[in-house]
Write a protein that binds this ligand. Structure first.
Ligand code: GMT
Length: 373
């Protein structure tokens, strides 16, 4: 198949999922055309069957806001027509599905049929909670898509709750490439961040408010009172200054390491003992799954799609949003002995294997085939 994938190219989970999906499809012999405004973070270098089409906006003084959606739709028309694509797969309803709908209509007027599939990743849906003016566009896009997928059952349920759509939504969870066995810990690398008697706690995100990074620091501070540990924070975003301030206030700056944005987070996870994800809401929690795939247990909130990934008492523990005392207690249960930690590490890896690429990729391929029929 020749597939156009439209995505946000940045550090967010949806961009990661879309890029990894495209790379995996390309390896299976499909021809993949990524369409977006900058090189996707996880794309890497030259690969067989992969093409990248950049959507570039020209700065035109008349417009206060550049019309990205219109330029994107034009680019889709061009790529579908000249690369002879069979299908478009867009990640996010706004503005990708609305642009795909426009491209579809333009191509139809030229006698070219192109179906498009929309994958919902969560923020589309939570956005509407905050700004109802998006609702008619999103509902329309869902209804016009040739198929719709959501990354968790929870997101599917939320979509039906918030939008006037009755159309079928296929749940296709996020996926990972997981190790067969627990990876060997690179002690030399680990010692650059922590002493041998210290545990390493980690959080990776885009530091948006929804991630509740202050809770990460509070949980860490409580754990650090009982057992010596370090906190690795990978990522950057609007909440970073607040977290730095909180760390100073709690006098634990010397125990927290801000790594900034990291392209390949597996290098951070492979030296970590515990991952913390206390988000306000999370449609899936790919970051938690990526941690589990490296054999890192997860302390998380029990919101959105996270309970579909992290299993209470098995791959980690789940608590109500904001319950930092319980999160810290649970973290201590996992970290208190090497035996406990080892058990949770094995369980986390084993749970991650329910979401391997081999299991999830055929779900997308089957959907593509049914849409093309
Ligand atoms: O969580 C973010 O800030 C990034 C966001 C995105 O749009 O990339 O992630 C969303 O999609 C991921 C991939 O499907 C999910 O794993 C995340 O849970 C979801 N984020 C939220 O729902 C807040």
């Amino acid at each position: 198949m020749k597939i156009g994938i439209v995505l946000y190219p940045t550090y967010g989970g949806s961009g990661v999922v879309a890029t990894e999906l495209g790379k995996a499809l390309a390896l299976k012999g499909h021809e993949i055309h990524f369409i977006t405004y900058s090189q996707p973070v996880r794309l890497g270098s030259f690969r067989e069957n992969i093409y990248y089409h950049e959507v570039s906006l020209t700065d035109y003084p008349l417009f206060e806001f550049q019309p990205y959606e219109t330029v994107l739709a034009s680019k889709m028309v061009d790529v579908v027509k000249y690369e002879k694509l069979d299908l478009l797969h867009v990640h996010y309803a706004i503005p990708h599905a609305s642009a795909a709908f426009m491209a579809q209509q333009i191509l139809k007027s030229q006698g070219i049929e192109i179906p498009f599939i929309t994958t919902l990743h969560g923020t589309d849906i939570t956005l509407v909670g905050k700004d109802p003016s998006f609702e008619p566009v999103i509902t329309f896009c869902l209804n016009q898509s040739n198929a719709v997928t959501a990354v968790s059952q929870s997101l599917k349920d939320d979509t039906y709750k918030h939008f006037g759509t009755t159309r079928e939504i296929h749940v296709i969870p996020n996926f990972i490439n997981s190790e067969d066995n627990l990876p060997e810990i690179d002690l030399e690398k680990r010692r650059r961040y922590a002493n041998d008697n210290e545990r390493i706690l980690t959080h990776i995100s885009n530091f948006r408010r929804v991630k509740r990074i202050d809770d990460v620091v509070k949980v860490f501070a409580k754990v650090n009172e009982k057992i010596p540990c370090k906190l690795l924070l990978a990522g950057d975003g609007p909440e970073r200054a607040m977290v730095e301030h909180l760390a100073r206030e709690l006098k634990i700056c010397n125990r927290i390491i801000f790594l900034g944005k990291v392209r390949d987070t597996s290098h951070v996870l492979e030296i970590s003992d515990l991952f913390i994800l206390p988000s306000e809401t999370e449609s899936f929690g790919l970051a938690a799954l990526e941690a589990m795939a490296e054999g890192v247990p997860v302390i998380s909130s029990n919101t959105g799609g996270i309970p579909e990934v992290n299993i209470e008492g098995v791959s980690g523990y789940l608590s109500n949003v904001g319950n930092v005392d319980e999160m810290a207690e649970n973290a201590l249960k996992i970290l208190s002995t090497d035996e406990n930690l080892k058990r949770f590490r094995i369980n986390a890896l084993s749970r991650a294997k329910d979401f391997t690429l081999e299991k999830i990729l055929p779900m997308y391929e089957t959907l593509y085939e049914s849409v093309l029929k």
